[in-house]
Design a protein around this ligand. Structure first.
Ligand SMILES: Cc1cc2nc3c(=O)[nH]c(=O)nc-3n(C[C@H](O)[C@H](O)[C@H](O)COP(=O)(O)O)c2cc1C
Length: 180
């Protein structure tokens, strides 16, 4: 069947939404991000518009946290995507704890990943931070008996650009490598 070419457009959705945390002037700040991804098996990439407030702290400390959003705190996370630290102090938006490596992490996030910035692939108006994963902190309630995150229990929120909506992961539709 012929497909219609709709142009050079972002079509890799839905994707998980995260709240990135970093220290700026000794206080935490938080920014909602959808454009993030996995690199190799050891790194994440976080794509942040250069003028965002949080970038200053990331340049300075080279530490950030990736807090995976679920429905229980989606409304608060959403606010971190509409208010900029350039205009309003967001340091008190969440109860937080300092990670073992110096990145602030949101207490109510069931999964938080602490990262060190290894590089920055600057492209157009974006800093694309290449982040080495240093530690992953998970609420016991989302772990299985092997201490792996159970995505039947933990349901990250997904986002898509065309309609600017949030989704939630659904049912399992197959076992990887065992579909034939
Ligand atoms: C659903 C959603 C996803 C977003 N994803 C990104 C993103 O991937 N990269 C980015 O730079 N900004 C993204 N933003 C915009 C920032 O979160 C927003 O401009 C924020 O206020 C910047 O905060 P800061 O200036 O305090 O860092 C997103 C906003 C929303 C609502």
């Amino acid at each position: 069947m012929a497909k219609k070419n709709i142009g050079a457009t972002l079509a890799l959705y839905p994707c998980p939404v995260i709240v990135v945390g970093a220290m700026v002037n000794n206080k935490p700040t938080w920014t909602l991000v959808a454009h993030a991804g996995i690199m190799a098996h050891s790194h994440l990439m976080v794509s942040l518009v250069k003028v965002h407030y949080i970038n200053k702290g990331i340049y300075e400390n080279k530490k950030l946290s990736v807090n995976v959003v679920d429905e229980s705190w989606l409304a608060k996370a959403d606010k971190m995507g509409t208010v900029s630290g350039n205009k309003e102090d967001k340091s008190e938006a969440f109860a937080w704890s300092m990670g073992e490596n110096g990145a602030p992490m949101i207490d109510e996030a069931k999964v938080s990943i602490e990262c060190e910035v290894d590089g920055n692939y600057e492209l157009e108006q974006f800093d694309n931070f290449i982040c080495k994963i240093l530690a992953t902190y998970a609420d016991e309630g989302v772990l299985n008996e092997q201490d792996k995150i159970d995505y039947h229990t933990f349901k990250p929120i997904l986002f898509e650009f065309p309609t600017y909506e949030y989704f939630i992961t659904g049912k399992s539709v197959g076992k990887c490598g065992k579909m034939n």
